[in-house]
Design a binder for this molecule. Structure first.
Ligand SMILES: Nc1ncnc2c1ncn2[C@@H]1O[C@H](COP(=O)(O)OP(=O)(O)OC[C@H]2O[C@@H]([n+]3cccc(C(=O)O)c3)[C@H](O)[C@@H]2O)[C@@H](O)[C@H]1O
Ligand SMILES: Nc1ncnc2c1ncn2[C@@H]1O[C@H](COP(=O)(O)OP(=O)(O)OP(=O)(O)O)[C@@H](O)[C@H]1O
Ligand SMILES: NC(=O)CC[C@H](N)C(=O)O
Length: 538
């Protein structure tokens, strides 16, 4: 028999649109000869619906959508993920529907509350297995986190299952697929079941769901691997209860994978929020170059406008490279010299500043003013056009606060927020390999904010290779300063980076949302207090 995985891009809260999409995939699956179609976790509501789930109206609308879907699926069996209200309690559920009937409903056993998840805020756990039979094969259902520990799969086996259908909303981070394979193999070792793993795709605020659905036989061999980061209808052939090899998508490089994830994140944030286009400040540097390229690839060049805003500190090559890149990509481009406005601002402030020491030396104040003038101009264009400002700050800068509040941090969406500077360079190289967009010297010159004469980032920060390595240990691996020092990092660098990360919580708290591509981003999974005296002890 054939079953299908509907690897679909659902939109949170779009119950009508999600219902239509599930029906469309069910029809396609039926036409392709499938008897059963499996959707991702909470496909009906989109994932994660967050506090929408606390609204009575939304809970009831989800129940109604399920009834409507069940009435329209016909004779193909659909296993659909949905919020389920029973006796005033809410569950993360999956129902088996056919010919207008709900044949069985499974309630997710393990509710993740770590990392980016807070399912215990909304749902009650279930504890029973759910096994149903189709064409002589006994299928059981698990939902995402259920297979991250021993228990739910074992109970499915004890309930008589032969094939485990796993509905997922498993968010992307680098190298996540290897982790999913490991977990699936552990459950297979314990139970001898074969596994069909259906994952959501799409961007939802800071999260990316990468799809990459797969099937494994009872020996733990991958029999099917479907494409990542695109919608797909994956067909899985079973001989008895065993999936047999038909389709294995080739693995991509890490850079290709991250680049595509960022494009999907931009496309879905802009598209699902019905935003007409994007704007960005194009400096001739590497961060804005990459942000512009991702935006053009994701949305089409006609949806992107780049604005170069030179000052007296802008090098000629910055201006030339900005023009070249905008032209190569075909995005709309304009230039606003900021000197006149900068002069007016300084004149307006001069009398006040004269009373403050040291009045005659330009300092960070004047540097930040330039960034804020640029931010103000971009926001004015945003207000008039409806396009939103993409900010260009990367994870390294976001970590240490190397940015100006209400200046280069002013905007709607932060494309590179979880991409370190080291990775920014790798992604530029990857994209130039597909088709050259970013001139070599943009990649070879020393990074500079160009806010004072001859400035480079390394005047204020350790080299990015060092900063990024310490950042990964402290943020992603949760290492203490002491542990980082034991790894052999320079004491001054390590102390400085950790101190800057701690000191700049206030700045991050005011920053726009951005796309998560690592196992720990500065977003849902980073909730440090701004006001705090605790320091790691030595
Ligand atoms: N705990 C707290 N809670 C709330 N607000 C707090 C605060 N502590 C300071 N503040 C406020 O924050 C202000 C300081 O922040 P802010 O005004 O941003 O300025 P600040 O962080 O002092 O300076 C910006 C830094 O970013 C660098 N930069 C700027 C622009 C672009 C780039 C680049 O290459 O990408 C780098 C620049 O060279 C400089 O090192 C204070 O004056 C105060 O108003
Ligand atoms: N001359 C400029 N014209 C337009 N935008 C600018 C200009 N200078 C800075 N910006 C904006 O402010 C952001 C901060 O950039 P800045 O040059 O200060 O440092 P950066 O982190 O090295 O970024 P980039 O690598 O893009 O230059 C830029 O990415 C860009 O969006
Ligand atoms: N939605 C979930 O239950 C997610 C489970 C799991 N932690 C994952 O990231 O895949």
């Amino acid at each position: 028999m054939k079953l299908a995985i509907a690897q679909i891009n659902c939109t949170v809260g779009d119950l009508g649109g999600n219902t239509r999409k599930i029906l469309d995939y069910a029809n396609q699956a039926k036409n392709a000869g499938a008897r059963l179609v499996v959707t991702p976790e909470l496909a009906l509501s989109g994932y994660p619906p967050e506090d929408l789930l606390l609204r009575h109206g939304f809970r009831h609308a989800c129940q109604n959508a399920l009834t409507e879907l069940a009435g329209k699926t016909g004779d193909i069996t659909v296993v659909v993920g949905h919020p389920h209200l029973a006796a005033d309690k809410l569950y993360n559920a999956a129902s088996v529907i056919r010919n207008g009937k709900i044949i069985a409903t499974y309630l997710k056993n393990l509710l993740p509350n770590d990392s980016v998840f807070d399912e215990r805020r909304y749902f009650e756990p279930g504890f029973r297995p759910c096994v149903f039979e189709l064409d002589g094969i006994r299928f059981a259902i698990n939902i995402c986190q259920d297979i991250w520990q021993e228990g739910s799969a074992t109970r499915a086996k004890e309930g008589g299952a032969e094939v485990l259908l796993v509905l997922n909303a498993s968010p992307y981070h680098m190298n996540k697929q290897a982790l999913r394979y490991d977990l699936a193999r552990k459950r297979i070792d314990e139970t001898g079941l074969s596994i069909v793993y259906a994952n959501l795709i799409g961007g939802q605020d800071e999260l990316i769901f990468d799809g990459a659905s797969f099937a494994m036989n009872a020996r733990g061999d991958v029999t099917h691997q479907f494409d990542a980061l695109v919608e797909a209808l994956g067909m899985v052939e079973l001989e008895g209860a065993a999936p047999v090899t038909t389709e294995i998508a080739p693995l991509e490089s890490l850079e290709a994978n991250v680049y595509k994830a960022l494009c999907l994140g931009v496309k879905d944030y802009i598209g699902k929020n019905r935003i007409p286009g994007v704007l960005l400040g194009l400096s001739g540097g590497v961060d804005s170059a990459l942000t512009m390229t991702i935006a053009a690839d994701a949305l089409g060049a006609d949806k992107v406008k780049a604005v170069m805003m030179p000052s007296r500190f802008t090098a000629d090559m910055s201006l030339l490279d900005a023009r070249t890149m905008a032209q190569t990509l075909g995005v709309r481009y304009t230039e606003f010299p900021i000197e006149p406005v900068f002069g007016e601002f300084k004149d307006t402030l001069a009398k006040e500043f004269a009373a403050l020491p040291p009045s005659d030396v330009p300092d960070l104040t004047e540097e930040n003013l330039q960034a804020r003038i640029r931010g103000t101009l971009l926001m004015a264009l945003s207000n008039k056009s409806g396009a939103i400002v993409l900010i260009t700050g990367n994870k390294s800068e976001t970590a240490v606060g190397y940015s100006t509040l209400y200046g280069d941090t002013a905007g709607g969406f932060a494309v590179l927020k979880d991409v370190t500077k080291t990775m920014v360079y790798k992604l530029c190289q990857y994209r130039n390999g597909v088709g050259k967009v970013i001139p070599d010297r943009v990649l070879s010159r020393a990074p500079s904010a160009e806010l004072r004469p001859d400035q480079t980032d390394q005047d204020s920060l350790p080299p990015y290779a060092v900063l990024d390595a310490i950042l990964e240990e402290y943020v992603e691996h949760d290492m203490s300063l002491e542990e980082i020092l034991r790894m052999g990092y320079d004491e001054r660098d390590a102390r400085r980076v950790v101190q800057l990360i701690r000191q700049n919580e206030y700045k991050r708290r005011q920053s726009p949302p951005g796309i998560r591509v690592t196992s720990r981003a500065f977003g849902k999974d980073w909730r440090y207090p701004i006001t705090a005296r605790y320091q790691d002890q030595f």
